[in-house]
Design a protein around this ligand. Structure first.
Ligand SMILES: [Fe+2]
Ligand SMILES: [Fe+2]
Length: 267
């Protein structure tokens, strides 16, 4: 699947439409570009490092291609940043991971979380009419590629689990649990560092909603946004082979949270 659905687009051939002053301001002021560029760079390194440790040739090739595509995302972002004159902080060098499996798990599960929200935010941006359709079209393959990446990750995880002996499996599950604890801690830390940088978002722990609010002129409630993330998630995965496993953690958590939000509203 991963090789067959490869999209050969080239970042250097992408067109960056001229933006009117308000769209340009809206895009350049989103406080996400530094972290987006760094995340792609880190993901490339971590995926490539883990791919080198995989003995199975097909899986190794798929993971290496995924790493290559992360670097292509970084190039797309760099081109956009150049085209629109977005100022970035200097990119620190990425350290080679000491534990490649840990680094891959952190990156893989992070992508599952980020992509889930990105699908919804992208839909908000698309429906708002505030951005030129050409710009939306340019990012569409990147967005779908992240869907494909987390699809690979979910199936890699199942394949990896199936190949582990029971005692190694226990160690792996503990590692996965530790990864989720780390991600929770990292995201709280992330929200704080955005604050410390003088970011004007009033509550950074609600960044998804504030992010959504800067992409549309319509009022958007948190349950509405979550619903949108869920439906976009389903839509983006609908075209792939039914036998492939889908990532389930984020959709399950958000469905659970939505039930709670609806109850609270009804009370
Ligand atoms: Fe990426
Ligand atoms: Fe990715």
């Amino acid at each position: 699947m991963f090789q067959a659905t490869f999209n050969p687009y080239r970042p250097s051939a992408l067109a960056w439409p001229k933006l009117d002053a308000s769209s340009l301001q809206r895009i350049t002021s989103l406080p996400i570009w530094d972290i987006a560029v760094q995340t792609e760079g880190k993901a490339r390194l971590r995926m490539a490092a883990y791919a080198r440790t995989v003995a199975d040739a097909d899986m190794r090739r798929a993971l290496a291609l995924n790493a290559w595509e992360e670097n292509r995302h970084k190039e797309v972002l760099s081109k956009m940043i150049q085209a629109y004159g977005i100022a970035l902080v200097k990119d620190a060098p990425y350290p080679y991971p000491k534990d490649a499996e840990w680094a891959y798990l952190v990156t893989g599960y992070s992508e599952c979380v980020d992509s889930f929200f990105a699908f919804g935010l992208f839909k908000v941006a698309n429906d708002s009419g505030l951005f030129p359709p050409e710009l939306i079209d340019t990012f569409e393959p990147v967005m779908q590629e992240e869907c494909r990446h987390i699809l690979l990750f979910a199936n890699w995880a199942a394949w990896h689990r199936a190949n582990l002996s029971w005692w190694k499996r226990i160690g792996f599950e503990l590692k996965v649990f530790a990864v989720w604890c780390f991600l929770g801690w990292e995201r709280i830390g992330l929200a704080r560092s955005l604050d410390a940088d003088g970011n004007k978002q009033a509550q950074d722990n609600n960044f998804t909603v504030h992010g959504a609010q800067s992409m549309t002129s319509e009022a958007l409630s948190l349950p509405q946004l979550m619903q949108l993330c869920l439906s976009e998630n389903d839509r983006r995965f609908s075209g792939y082979d039914k036998r492939l496993l889908r990532p389930t953690i984020m959709p399950t958590l958000v469905r659970f949270a939505l039930r709670f939000m609806k109850k609270k509203k009804a009370a």
